[in-house]
Write a protein that binds this ligand. Sequence first.
Ligand code: B12
Length: 441
Amino acid sequence: MRVLMIQTPSVEDLSQERVYPIGIVLLAGCIKGAGHEVSILDMNLERDPYGALKEKLLAVQPEAIGLSLRNIDPLGNKTSSLISPFIVTVRLIAAVLPQAWLVVGGTGFSLFPERLMLEIPELDYGIIGEAEVSFPALLRSIDSPPSLPGLCWRQGSRVRVSPPATDFNMADYVPANRLLLDPALYKGINNYAPTIGIEAKRGCTLCCAYCVYPQLQGKRLRCRPPAAVVDEMESLHKDYGIESFHFTDPVLNVPHGHLEGICEEILRRKLKVRWDGFMREDHLNEKNVMLFERAGCECFSFSPDGLCQDSLDVLCKNLTEAEILKAASLVAQTDVVSVYHFMVNVPGATKENCEDGIRFVEQLYELHSKKKNLGTIVLNNIRILPGTRIERMARAQRIITSETDLLYPTYYNPRPFDTFRYKMETLQQCRNVFMWQGVEL
Ligand code: B12
């Protein structure tokens, strides 16, 4: 079958940070291996995404099209949605090639499968979650597929959804076939985020109250062998000149020893690469922080989320203020920048714990002031996503009701602390600017 894989618009415009669409490239490799003829279009690279789409459809004449809906919205307190460009994309395809089978997948779709299938009748099938096994199996018998993990299909006017796969064996992982989409196209397009993602593992054992990662990848950690991860980095470095990578793992430095193994392998091979990824504070110690720096870590990214112990507890972070400060004091001694993400106005916010939060941010800046290595502190309200503990809390508190449409940007930000984020942002921006300018506040 001739198959076209499309990364639908994942960002609002070309000024936003963009990423190599590793999900569809992995799947394209799987179906190519199964004998299909496959091509790829990333609409995020195009100045005229719909023009490029139409041209590609007419040139390739695919019989089946795999659409990836990665993001439903840009998060970060923004209120714009990526659902509209997705629907436009689907309608344009259906108008240009009405006979082609349309299959949708990706993280954004996986969060709202039934809703999107019902709202967009042009979609024939969906697959929620990881699709290395289900997608090729669906293409094998697309007229009448068997029961497959994560499959969404229509039964009359209803949509049926099978539970997703969360057990793909990462020892069998075949890295994305980069010949199908040239990584060089993504060089130098971002200011901050490395465009090339590397998966070192899937799964997350944590149960943070707002987070959908365990829903998307399962709760069991599935690690790739460190040498296989470094093989992939090495070939990207040698064949495409890629120097900087982002590890896509929900938490990069768990379980203990895995990232350490990757770093030792990078050092053993004398690979000159840089990388980053989100780390847990309570798994850092003097020794591994030094190892990570030596092996090319270019940013310690943390998402402690809670600005005080009450908030950490309500968000089920299983983390203490002391652990965060201990980690901060370790990374502050390195020559690597650190970035911290926090959530503001979380359930149970009080005047006192807002003040605690202010003090906490001050403490982080104090710790990093000597080496001036605090990149930034990102402050967001919580985006309420379906199936999370925060969703249940927000319903119980009547912050959202049965009328609330979670498909579109909905944040947990009730009064009276709904503007606290701005106060925190002023504080953090002042500290940041004054730190970088070397001026005492
Ligand atoms: C790593 C990551 C990042 C990195 C990416 C770095 C890089 N160079 O790749 C960084 C930090 C830069 C980032 C940025 C953003 N991200 Co992000 N990111 C992730 C994360 C943790 C992993 C994504 C990943 O690469 N996974 C590995 C690949 C292989 O898996 P995959 O893409 O899911 O593909 C599999 C399946 O989904 C499926 N599939 C995918 N496509 C298709 C298509 C078809 C047809 C089928 C059948 C199946 C299918 O099969 C694939 C293989 O199994 C996810 C959360 C998660 N655990 O999934 C969030 C996530 C995807 N990100 C999200 C968002 C919103 C963003 C940002 C908009 C946030 C922001 N304001 O900066 C930006 C957008 C960037 C962009 N241009 O798209 C959201 C999306 C949901 C939503 N709320 O809209 C998620 C789910 C996190 C969350 N907070 O909930 N992100």
